[in-house]
Write a protein that binds this ligand. Structure first.
Ligand code: B16
Ligand code: MG
Length: 215
């Protein structure tokens, strides 16, 4: 097999929690009288919580906010977001995704999560996918977020693999840039399937099995 490890972004690849991010940020923005819509929400894809807040605050016209106030806003958004995440069930993972992960594991490939989210483990527990991965690299073990390569470099290390052996599957442009900065092979899906920096562009997980050399 050409590759030994596959590192999956979570939101936008394995599950679709962007609608929950949107609802939670929208509530926070409305409470502050800040204009926020789904187009702005798209810019938050793959971006850290703190950077997401800064993007939303571009439309804020009041007095400058203190670091404490920003932390409070992020905390309240995250509380709302986690209430929405708590409604997720295993049915929130598509059958072809779950079955591809199983086939890849059975073929001897090492699988990891490479997500900017600090809620990654909570989400994986909700959808019953904690056991589907050999390693989880997420927002809790990084200091730089995508497009910095750290989250994927850590995932590769956790798997015990060299970057040349790893493939990253991402839906965000920043995630593809991060994968390339980590010297890994990048697969673009969803939004990133239109990004020319992706080494492969796919529409679904059946195509991913072909890249993995399984089907
Ligand atoms: P949290 P991913 C990212 O997940 C989301 O796409 C992004 O919108 C979010 O701001 C980021 O996680 C941080 O999430 O607030 O839960 O720590 O696509 O990298 O799996
Ligand atoms: Mg994503």
């Amino acid at each position: 097999m050409k590759y030994q490890g596959f590192i999956f972004d979570l939101d936008g690849v394995i599950v679709f929690t962007d609608k929950f991010h949107y609802q939670a940020w929208k509530k926070m923005a409305d409470g502050m009288g800040i204009y926020f819509d789904e187009v702005i929400n798209n810019r938050l894809r793959g971006v850290s919580r703190a950077e997401s807040l800064e993007i939303i605050l571009e439309r804020y016209e009041g007095e400058p906010l203190s670091a404490e106030k920003k932390a409070e806003l992020m905390e309240s958004k995250n509380t709302m977001y986690r209430e929405l995440l708590a409604t997720m069930t295993p049915a929130d993972v598509a059958d072809d995704v779950r079955s591809a992960l199983k086939k890849m594991r059975e073929a001897g490939l090492k699988l990891a999560i490479g997500s900017s989210s600090k809620n990654a483990k909570f989400i994986l527990e909700r959808v019953d996918l904690m056991d589907a991965f050999d390693a989880i690299s997420d927002g809790t073990n990084i200091t730089h977020s995508k497009p910095h390569p750290e989250v994927f470099q850590k995932a590769g290390e956790f798997l015990g693999l060299d970057s040349s052996q790893c493939v990253v599957v991402e839906d965000a442009y920043a995630g593809i840039d991060a994968a390339k900065a980590a010297h890994m092979t990048a697969v673009g899906i969803g939004d990133a399937s239109g990004y020319d920096k992706a080494d492969y562009k796919i529409q679904n997980f059946v195509e991913l099995l072909k890249i993995a050399g399984i089907e």
